[in-house]
Design a protein around this ligand. Structure first.
Ligand code: FEO
Ligand code: CA
Ligand code: CA
Ligand code: CA
Length: 748
């Protein structure tokens, strides 16, 4: 089964996208903190240099209307030749740029671990010291050149934190094992262990020598966190009865972080990894034995099914003989006398934003429950401002799910830079948690999800016990207050030049269909989700919002803790040849047409430069997934627009006209294709060195559509991809390093 089929595409057989899935984009830490001190030496002396300067760095409009060539406030313009769409098994970058491989699935992170054989014989245990699979969101934290500690402006040495979202199961095991197959009803325990260990997060030190970056396998900062690693639970749900398991009767700990999709960086210098498609991994009851309340919660997050879960991790042959519930923890059936004796609430310990301190390798990551539980795509911060709350924007990637925001109670103080997880306790464990509502007139509001709201405490569908329950089951609380169901919210990003918030809405095959979805959410059109249409992929008809769009928010008075905002639709995904009035609304051309925007990330080195990455399955008859560079203008730079959606009789709908607000139409000066990936991949995850002269981009799951039978028979010629190693090799996810020949800002 493929990553796309299981997780990213709306019409997956097991419906995981109906459940949850999430990635977040991200300002790098450089966007948030502008400091030059080593982290451990900082303390109060370094206070003054932080975020204050951040907002002052350019509130003028990004894009000049007066000249044909768009530039940022600082005079940056896109200067490369657009990369053509491609179906080849290669990574394409513009002429004059060089891409090299940094870190592939299986690459060792210490000197004791042998090179990856990549034929399925590499051991499960070795994955505690190898790159995991499915590289996703990541962030570069500059390190001091000599010794240890933080120097966020260092462009030649840093720690990269990187998510490993999922696995290409067929390539993790031997041909003989592939021949037997991977029935979810009975798994070989060692295969489960390898799959568990290939998930999670990498923390790796990298440095540049002779102009080339490589992983320092001798670094004491290097570590892998997997779906088995110890995790602490923090915030309002810590110790709640709904977090109790046989592993932690106190409800304060769990094992593993899972489906780490997009990410975030905190102003104090830690990494946030976000758990997206965890829901499908659990062996779950068909509802027998569940209380009505438990069934409601399970249906809203996981679905009512007797499935063994995506990979059958709860079903080792011969049962769980670990003595510690290592496999039983994936089974949320009621098997014990009460919650202290089984794992009925284990799924409540996933679906969180998890904080990792890259500079404290012995620290245990903390799941921050104040930021809500859902299919977290990512958690991108607004620029930190002294004396103001710290704010994070978050998408819940599933059809018809919501956009959320967290506003800390504590006001930001730069004295906390370098404060690690203790600073996290201050800012991430106590705050207000909001969901977004979009009105048809271009206004919107953030509705706080708090048990004190009678609409929530009195919700007929689900009786919330307390605020912990509201956070654990925030989708239900958001349903109660009438949040706006969106076309699969993915990454978020805040433009440092304008303060505008951008959120990718990747696609939604449900949009425009008649009837309702699980959870009762509307599939109807609205101003913020205004399109349905039909599009051919080869001979297959695809319907709904096939190509996705990107919504843009401006908080009232540009205050990120505001509870009201204005919005417009910055950009509509489309094929260049699609109907120019109602589908290709943004006037995309061959140089910049795309489908299914997912990764979205603002450079710090070049304020106003945005990168856009695709996770597409709709336009892949024409091109592999891609990355584009954008100079995205400002909120309100377009015009009121009417979209006439043509009936798709198969969906039961009729012609329907929707009034919306579109951003300024794209040109090749404001949006240009920079990269196209190899076959079967998704482009996701990007970070940069602080000087803007090196970017790191993740190529996820090349060759994912390769048939298990071809692996079993070692019919390598039939593998969808051999990237990056070529020849007959099994494909591998990988981080690539991209530089401009002769130096210079990437994209210029
Ligand atoms: Fe893991 Fe929504 O992408
Ligand atoms: Ca996606
Ligand atoms: Ca994603
Ligand atoms: Ca098409």
């Amino acid at each position: 089964m493929s990553h796309h089929m299981t997780k990213n595409h709306p019409d997956s057989p097991n419906g995981q996208d109906d459940i949850s899935k999430n990635d977040s984009g991200n300002p790098t830490i450089h966007e948030i903190i502008d400091i030059r001190l080593s982290r451990r030496g900082l303390l109060k002396g370094g206070a003054g240099m932080v975020a204050g300067g951040f907002m002052s760095m350019g509130l003028s409009a990004c894009v000049s209307d007066s000249s044909k060539t768009a530039t940022t406030a600082k005079g940056f313009s896109l200067g490369f030749t657009a990369v053509a769409k491609s179906l080849n098994d290669v990574l394409s970058v513009p002429t004059g740029y060089t891409a090299s491989i940094l870190y592939r699935t299986g690459d060792p992170i210490n000197g004791a671990t042998p090179a990856y054989v990549n034929d399925g014989t590499d051991t499960a245990a070795s994955f505690d010291f190898r790159a995991g699979d499915h590289h996703d969101g990541m962030a570069y934290f500059g390190m001091a050149s000599g010794g240890s500690g933080m120097d966020l402006n260092n462009s030649s040495r840093g720690i990269v934190c990187m998510n490993h979202e999922n696995i290409n199961q067929q390539f993790l095991h031997t041909a003989a094992e592939a021949g037997v197959g991977f029935s979810t009803a009975a798994r070989v325990a060692a295969q489960i262990d390898k799959e568990v260990n290939a998930h999670g997060v990498s923390v790796i030190e990298i440095s540049k020598a002779g102009g080339t970056f490589s992983v320092n396998t001798a670094s004491t900062y290097n570590r892998r966190l997997t779906a088995a690693s110890d995790m602490d639970i923090y915030g309002p749900a810590r110790g709640d009865t709904l977090m109790v398991t046989s592993y932690s009767n106190a409800g304060q700990k769990t094992r593993g972080t899972l489906n780490n999709c997009a990410m975030g960086i905190t102003p104090w210098g830690t990494y946030l990894t976000c758990e997206e498609n965890w829901a499908g991994y659990f062996k779950r009851p068909a509802s027998g034995g569940l209380s009505a309340k438990m069934a409601t919660a399970q249906n809203r997050y996981i679905g009512s099914s007797s499935s063994n879960g995506s990979y059958g991790w709860a079903n080792p042959t011969g049962g769980d003989t670990s003595g510690t519930g290592l496999y039983d923890r994936w089974n949320i059936n009621l098997t014990g006398a009460d919650a202290t004796a089984d794992y009925r609430y284990a799924a409540n310990t996933f679906g969180w934003v998890v904080e990792i301190d890259p500079f404290a390798p012995a620290s245990i990551p903390r799941k921050r429950t104040a930021l809500g539980r859902f299919g977290h795509e990512g958690a991108m911060p607004a620029p930190a401002v002294a004396g103001k709350p710290v704010v994070f924007y978050m998408g819940d990637d599933s059809r018809g799910e919501y956009i959320y925001k967290y506003v800390s109670t504590a006001n930001w103080s730069s004295a906390d830079v370098g404060g690690g997880l203790a600073a996290g306790n201050k800012y991430l464990d106590d705050g207000k948690f909001y969901v977004a509502k979009f009105n048809s007139d271009g206004s919107g509001s953030w509705v706080e999800l708090n048990i004190a709201n009678p609409t929530i405490s009195g919700y007929a569908t689900y009786a919330f016990a307390n605020q912990a329950d509201v956070l654990i089951n925030c989708r239900l609380a958001a349903d109660a207050v009438g949040a706006t169901p969106m076309d699969r919210p993915e990454w978020t990003g805040v433009n440092p030049s304008t303060g505008d918030i951008y959120i990718t809405l990747t696609n939604n095959s449900d949009r425009g269909k008649t009837g309702t979805t699980t959870g009762g959410k509307s599939r109807g059109l609205d101003a913020a989700n205004p399109r349905y249409y039909s599009d051919l992929k080869g001979a297959a008809t695809q319907t709904g919002n096939v190509n996705g769009h990107i919504i843009r928010i401006r908080e009232s008075a540009k205050d990120h803790s505001a509870t009201t905002f204005q919005w417009d639709i910055y950009l509509f995904g489309a094929e260049a040849g699609a109907d120019a009035t109602n589908i290709n609304v943004s006037s995309l051309t061959a140089d910049n047409d795309f489908s299914s925007p997912d990764g979205l990330w603002f450079s710090r080195a070049v304020p106003g430069l945005m990168w856009l990455q695709t996770d597409d399955g709709a336009y892949t008859d024409v091109t592999n997934c891609m990355m584009l560079a954008a100079l995205p203008g400002t909120m309100g730079d377009g015009a009121a627009t009417t979209i006439t959606n043509t009936a798709v009789p198969a969906n039961g709908n009729a012609n329907q006209t929707v009034a919306t607000i579109a951003g300024k139409k794209a040109t090749t000066d404001t949006l240009r294709r920079f990269l196209v990936g190899p076959k079967g991949c998704e482009i996701t995850g990007i970070t940069e060195t602080p000087d803007g002269q090196t970017i790191f981009v993740n190529i996820q799951h090349p060759g994912e559509n390769t048939a298990l039978a071809d692996v079993a028979s070692n019919t390598t010629a039939s593998f969808e991809s051999h990237w990056p190693d070529g020849g007959n090799a099994r494909p591998r996810s990988a981080t690539v390093v991209i530089t401009k020949n002769g130096g210079g800002l990437i994209g210029s």
